[in-house]
Write a protein that binds this ligand. Structure first.
Ligand SMILES: Cc1cc2nc3c(=O)[nH]c(=O)nc-3n(C[C@H](O)[C@H](O)[C@H](O)COP(=O)(O)OP(=O)(O)OC[C@H]3O[C@@H](n4cnc5c(N)ncnc54)[C@H](O)[C@@H]3O)c2cc1C
Ligand code: SF4
Ligand code: SF4
Length: 560
């Protein structure tokens, strides 16, 4: 009776070293680890000790006897990985690398800019060295980046990784400077003058455009903004999302792109709002979703089912969703032919395509071999002209979508483009406009300046992917410290606090964030929800400021 890895796996590999019989793969360093959608347990070797369950930050591993009906497909998915990669030469124990130690004596100070997963993993890795202290900056008064403002509210297990981040931020040597925007409240030069190293982990805050006529009409929105809206990102709460019958007379929303972000948006639009009400979806958006006239969400993928951009765990999650219909539309190709492949995605889509539709539910249409050609409308979006594609394999073996010339108009009041996130330039750092990243070698921009996460490698991978990514970057920091390649900073640690508070008096520290977190959870407990997100920055700063007030003494607080 093996343990099984399920949908919320974020591929951080915490379970790998916990397993006494090395049966969870691919492990870091093994082929395929960097691209793995999830990790898998080898049922033949698993001794059911449960050690991985405790190690997993996303509650992703379960004994197979406790899998729900929706999770049952993961038994086969775990097994299939070992059919393809039998790992015959695997060692019986996971390799634990000895902890590197700095050869120079500190103290050293490192600033991490961005408190998303990459920033938190980088801080954790740096703090393994007692000589290093870490100050983490974020432009929002709340940390955790896209775990808070990206991961879908109906994926609460995935958001459990916040517990791990809470442990990281509680370590000695860790300080927060939240609600402080680097490049605005404090400059790059001010940081490099005061820290031995500055690690940028600012993510990819923008998105790619479709580049077709009408894409800028009201009613055409980016998934980046839409995701931030329903997740309570303070900058996105005024997004003009109109889902009422007058704005969406056809009852249809068209979503361009069929990656995981597109599936998240489709589920949120098609979900019963009363189910969403039990999550941490933001209050304003929940009210809009409650009033929604949407009946159908059409998800356009330019290539075929075999090239779909969503991952298998996400598809299984959608299949297990009993509250929505899912239709598989393969255009001119008969479903049996289009889904004839032996791969897991085709197998799962075949199963989905055979399901009966329930008229009382909203429907998600996974429409393949389709691209938007033009957005229609004068005052706002009224439709999308969609072209059909066929597939061609080029000389390099890459399957490409080629327009057939056949088009059709889909009436819609809202178009969402989910064709990829894109990083913005970081003030005073070089920028590669094609990839939206800061050019770097293994995370080093130059000695003393580093990048990790999406700003380093582009918007791909999962939460846990940022762990190994941050480890690689921290190796460069340690190399430069050991080789004495970084000029010693001029100011002291207390000075940066004064500088930042002078510019941004509403700066939020660890105690301030913990006060916001407690208040959100308190409001959540009253409403039977995990938390009620506060979306107003000034309200957050106010709650944090109260946590700073001395209770028994009017004496000055001592800054470290
Ligand atoms: C919609 C969506 C859903 C996802 N769902 C999942 C999922 O279910 N499971 C999974 O494993 N992965 C998921 N991912 C992927 C995962 O969220 C990313 O891999 C991860 O968040 C990238 O981490 P990061 O730290 O590089 O960037 P981010 O998480 O974006 O963090 C960047 C941080 O930098 C801050 N920042 C930006 N500019 C500045 C500045 N100038 N000064 C100070 N701070 C700044 C931002 O406020 C932010 O907090 C999802 C991604 C998206 C977009
Ligand atoms: S239950 Fe034990 S043996 Fe099985 S995968 Fe988890 S840690 Fe490994
Ligand atoms: S989230 Fe991490 S610890 Fe949990 S199963 Fe996935 S790789 Fe293992």
């Amino acid at each position: 009776m093996p343990h099984v890895v399920t949908q919320s796996c974020c591929a951080d590999a915490s379970c790998v070293v916990a397993c006494p019989v090395n049966c969870i793969h691919p492990a870091p360093g093994e082929p395929g680890f960097a691209e793995a959608e999830m990790l898998y347990v080898d049922a033949k070797s698993c001794v059911d000790c449960g050690a991985c369950v405790t190690a997993c930050p996303a509650d992703a591993i379960l004994p197979h006897t406790t899998l729900s009906a929706a999770q049952q497909p993961f038994l086969a998915i775990n097994a299939e990985y070992f059919d393809v990669f039998p790992h015959k030469d695997r060692t019986p124990l996971a390799l634990v690398h000895p902890q590197r130690r700095l050869t120079r004596t500190g103290p050293f100070r490192v600033a991490v800019v961005g408190a998303g997963p990459a920033g938190m993993y980088a801080a954790d890795e740096l703090l393994k060295h007692p000589e290093i202290s870490v100050d983490v900056f974020d432009r929002l008064p709340t940390p955790y980046g896209l775990v808070r403002a990206g991961v879908a509210p109906d994926h609460q297990n995935t958001k459990q990784v916040e517990k791990l981040f809470a442990q990281i931020e509680s370590q000695p040597g860790f300080r927060y400077f939240l609600g402080v925007e680097v490049g605005k409240d404090v400059s790059h030069a001010e940081l490099t003058a005061r820290y031995h190293g500055v690690v940028y982990t600012v993510g990819a805050a923008s998105d790619r455009a479709l580049g077709i006529d009408g894409d800028d009409l009201p009613g055409s929105l980016s998934a980046t903004d839409f995701v931030g809206w329903y997740n309570g990102h303070p900058d996105k709460q005024d997004l003009p999302v109109h889902l009422d019958a007058e704005s969406i007379p056809s009852g249809r929303v068209v979503l361009v792109g069929n990656g995981n972000v597109a599936l998240d948006c489709a589920r949120i639009l098609a979900e019963d709002p009363e189910r969403l009400a039990g999550t941490d979806v933001a209050d304003g958006p929940l009210a809009v979703l409650r009033d929604s006239a949407v009946r159908e969400v059409v998800v356009l993928g330019r290539r075929g089912p075999g090239e779909a951009a969503f991952t298998v765990p996400e598809l299984v999650g959608l299949m297990g969703h009993t509250g929505v219909n899912v239709v598989v539309d393969t255009g001119d190709l008969p479903v049996e032919e289009a889904l004839a492949g032996a791969d897991t995605t085709s197998r799962l889509l075949r199963e989905l395509a055979g399901r009966e539709l329930r008229p009382e539910l909203r429907t998600i249409v996974l429409r393949f071999l389709s691209s938007p050609v033009r957005v229609l409308g004068t005052e706002r979006v009224t439709g999308v002209e969609v072209g059909r594609n066929r597939l061609e394999r080029d000389a390099d073996g890459i399957v490409r979508a080629v327009p057939t010339g056949e088009t059709e108009v889909l009436e819609t009041g809202m178009l969402l483009r989910a064709v990829g996130y894109k990083g913005l330039p970081v003030a005073d750092l070089p920028y590669d406009a094609a990839t939206g990243t800061v050019p770097n070698e293994g995370g080093r921009v130059l000695p003393g300046v580093y990048v990790a996460g999406w700003v380093k490698r582009g918007p791909n991978g999962f939460i846990g992917t940022n762990k190994s990514d941050a480890e690689e970057t921290v190796e460069q920091v340690l190399d430069d410290l050991d080789a004495d390649r970084i000029p010693a900073p001029v100011g002291d640690a207390a000075e940066i606090t004064a500088v930042v508070r002078g510019r941004q008096p509403g700066m939020v520290d660890l105690a301030g964030w913990q006060a916001i977190d407690r208040e959100e959870k308190r409001r959540g407990a009253e409403a039977g929800r995990p938390r009620v997100k506060i979306t107003d920055v000034e309200e957050m700063r106010g709650i944090a400021a109260k946590s700073r007030k001395p209770r028994y003494s009017l004496g000055r607080r001592k800054e470290r």
